[in-house]
Design a protein around this ligand. Structure first.
Ligand SMILES: *Cc1c(COP(=O)(O)O)cnc(C)c1O
Length: 398
């Protein structure tokens, strides 16, 4: 059975060219880039190239790139740094639809460290309200942290405009761009963004490497303290292979961005249109006209997302669901909840996220299989328009 992988917002395949680039640095060129000898020094040279490749994709200075272990570390570092650098400012502005790497940290800071957090809401399409945003950015705000693109719906937020507003008020602006890097053009020279997070494994590099852009002269407080790596901004011997891979992945992302926005988008649109037109009670979640080109989040009324995933899994189709009604958690996706998606739909949401490695045959296969899966599940479903809501529905109404 072939695997049809449509869960690229969860993680991506390492591009074979990326793997090839990193391979020698495991077994032959394993030196420590901080060493005085040439054997280590040549690894240092390769890291320099990787830093330049990342900076080129983002149009920033290589010195503004700090390599980290993942997107979550970059997000945590950015927010913690802004708070430590401005101890008199006690407010954070973010949204209800952030990734847990930002959202859980903000909840922690609120509960355990006494910060005030403003969580911006969205409309039913997941769009932020600019007036609400403007009012939320107050002089006592230490940092605004807003994701560039949402991992569940693919929605793209007006980051440039939001960054300008923060800058005008003298507030540090961070964006979690983990889902945006490689899919949408990013020009940090033109945009007044202070910090930006990205993660290797979301753009065809391996897991366990990320980067944080920190604009020159921005006050910065390191998260990890120790050796002088990364200009004393992030201690710890470099993940040399991961960093080299990330550099290569950024170079390839630049070359493939056009394909992402044409061929991948066309495949996504075909998949989405096919599903919405053949399966009754299916709705699109998110901002139809302003989304990542690879993501389609679709709700199927009156069925469990996890049941759909299990049935698709039997056929080798990998996707993801935001709901977890049967797995112990009563909460459907916090993103769909923020958007006010009705519970009978929020529980049956499936996220398909494509990549440049998907083919039209795969889309056709999914379009052939899915209507039957949904039809069969609806026959068995305790959720239906005329039956009582299941227990997990109750938490949704809060
Ligand atoms: C995956 C993801 C992260 C976390 O990145 P890791 O490298 O897995 O820690 C953060 N934000 C968004 C939007 C993501 O999609």
């Amino acid at each position: 059975m072939n695997t049809i992988y449509m869960d690229n917002n969860a993680t991506t395949q390492v591009d074979p060219a990326v793997f090839e680039e990193m391979q020698p640095y495991f077994t032959e060129l394993y030196g420590n880039p901080s060493s005085m000898h040439r054997f280590g020094g040549q690894v240092g040279q390769k890291l320099k190239e990787a830093r330049e490749r990342v900076a080129t994709l983002l149009n920033c200075d290589p010195a503004e790139i700090i390599f980290t272990s993942c997107g979550s570390e970059s997000d945590n570092t950015a927010i913690r740094s802004a708070l430590k650098a401005q101890p008199e400012k006690r407010r954070i502005v973010t949204t209800r639809v952030e990734h847990p790497a930002v959202l859980s940290l903000c909840k922690y800071l609120e509960k355990k460290e006494g910060y005030t957090v403003t969580y911006l809401g969205t409309d039913e399409h997941g769009r932020l309200d600019m007036d609400e945003y403007k009012a939320a950015v107050t002089p006592d705000t230490a940092i605004v942290s807003i994701m560039w693109a949402n991992n569940e719906t693919g929605n793209i937020h007006p980051i440039e405009e939001m960054a300008k507003i923060a800058k005008d008020k003298g507030v540090i602006f961070h964006t979690d761009a983990v889902q945006a890097v490689g899919k949408v053009p990013i020009d940090l020279e033109a945009m007044p963004i202070d910090m930006l997070s990205l993660s290797g494994h979301k753009l065809h590099a391996p897991k366990g490497v990320g980067a944080l852009f920190v604009r020159k002269r921005l006050p910065f407080r390191p998260f990890l303290i120790g050796g002088h790596q990364e200009g004393s901004r992030r201690a710890g011997t470099e993940n040399t292979t991961g960093i080299i891979a990330l550099g290569k992945a950024c170079q390839l992302a630049q070359e493939n961005m056009e394909e992402e926005n044409t061929r991948v988008r066309t495949l996504r649109d075909k998949l989405e249109k096919g599903i919405l037109t053949t399966i009754p009670d299916s709705i699109l979640n998110g901002d139809k006209d302003n989304r990542l080109p690879n993501t389609a989040n679709i709700s199927f009324g009156y069925v469990e997302g996890e049941a759909i995933l299990l049935m698709m899994d039997q056929l080798g189709i990998c996707a993801s669901s935001g709901s977890a009604c049967t797995s112990g958690s009563l909460e459907p996706s916090h993103v769909l909840r923020a958007m006010g998606v009705p519970f009978t739909f929020a529980h049956g949401s499936i996220r398909f996220s494509l990549s440049r490695f998907n083919t039209e045959e795969e889309v056709d296969f999914v379009l052939g299989a899915l209507p039957k899966i949904i039809e069969n599940l609806r026959k068995l479903s305790p959720f239906s328009a005329d039956k009582e809501a299941p227990a997990c529905a109750k938490s949704f109404s809060e």
